[in-house]
Design a protein around this ligand. Structure first.
Ligand SMILES: [Zn+2]
Length: 346
């Protein structure tokens, strides 16, 4: 088997190799790392990626705990630990990506440029070699909030994988170069958002999901699913213009283009009625916001409307992945939305 120089490899690591804590283990990692654990059935492999974002440690914490416990998985396991470099920058687990670097989870498509592109390409080569029957990519959300899964394909296998962790599955047609697009290789692939990076519940869920993922004889059939899965289809992304400003305050200061209340995260997965205000616009109105649907820009006024400087939903909507981190709001998106019924707005 060919080995990449971009990655380090650990086969069936012993507790001594792993250190006593995830931090000790991370300290010992010098590169993005591949961990392989032999299963009872050696003819099959399941894969899991995690730490693609260096500030989202739940998956690594879960993996460290699971490896220390020295389980024998049902099938061979291939673990890919991506964002070792940003995660190691002090304070540990505080950086999504390297300063000046790219978001690794936008690099799983050609051209594989720069350091992150080469890491993504090497990870894809590992998947290609291992031919896993399925792939999970375990993340944390940027704020707090409940866990959910994301997929580009909504079928029984993807729902069954999601149900190892959560009952909420978001299906999107957006293509961003994320690892979950590996689903297009006929390998069921689901992104798991475990909840907030600081949230003990998120770490626990990542661990419990990993135990289910590694111990089940069949993780791809829906009859064995833990929960009924609610599917939210093709959410639109509401993005903030790059030059726009945002503040999280109880009242607008008059300086920002968009103001959202600091507790806006409570809206995650809740239904917002047309009469309920979401926040405030500045002088530029809704012009600083863009609604991105199926790979194209849609009319933001079908999602939001403004009355007396306040933002309301244009119809009853369900909002999620709302961030209160202004950096994420500017570099990624403000929130996602579907109709209250779970159907797409566009
Ligand atoms: Zn992430």
């Amino acid at each position: 088997m060919s080995h990449s120089t971009i990655l380090d490899y650990l086969d069936n690591p012993s507790p001594r190799t792993l250190g006593r804590s995830p931090l000790e283990w991370l300290d010992r990692m010098l590169k993005p790392t591949v961990v392989r654990v032999a299963g009872r059935d050696r003819s099959r492999t399941r894969a899991m990626a995690t730490l693609l974002h260096g500030n989202e440690p739940s998956g690594l914490f879960a993996l460290h705990r699971w490896l220390l416990e020295q389980h024998t998985p049902e099938v061979n396991m291939l673990f890919l630990i991506g964002g070792v470099f940003p995660a190691k920058i002090p304070p540990t687990f505080s950086r999504r990506q390297l300063p000046g670097g790219r978001d690794l989870n936008r690099c799983f498509k050609e051209p594989f440029e720069g350091e992150e592109g080469r890491i993504a390409e090497a990870m894809l080569a590992e998947l290609h070699n291992a031919q896993p029957e399925c792939l999970l990519d375990v993340h944390n959300t940027s704020g707090t909030g409940p866990a959910f899964a994301v997929t580009i394909t909504n079928d029984a296998a993807h729902q069954a994988l999601a149900s190892l962790y959560t009952e909420r599955l978001i299906m999107t047609d957006l293509r961003l170069g994320a690892l979950m697009e590996y689903s297009e290789q006929e390998v069921p692939t689901v992104t798991i958002e475990c909840g907030g990076a600081q949230d003990e519940h998120a770490h626990q869920l990542a661990y419990e999901g990993l135990v289910r993922y590694t111990s089940g004889a069949d993780v791809l059939s829906l009859e064995k699913a833990e929960w009924d899965v609610v599917v939210l289809r093709n959410p639109i992304r509401v993005e903030l213009a790059p030059e726009a400003t945002i503040e999280y305050r109880l009242e607008p200061s008059g300086r920002a283009d968009i103001t959202l209340p600091p507790d806006i995260e409570h809206r995650n997965f809740g239904t917002v009625a047309p009469g309920e205000p979401l926040g405030w616009v500045g002088e530029k109105g809704l012009g600083v916001l863009t609604a991105i649907g199926h790979n194209r820009t849609e009319n933001v006024e079908k999602v939001l409307r403004v009355k007396n400087g306040q933002i309301y939903p244009a119809q009853a909507i369900k909002t999620f992945m709302i961030t209160t981190n202004p950096l994420i709001a500017k570099s990624d998106c403000l929130f996602y939305a579907v109709k209250a019924s779970g159907e797409p707005i566009f």
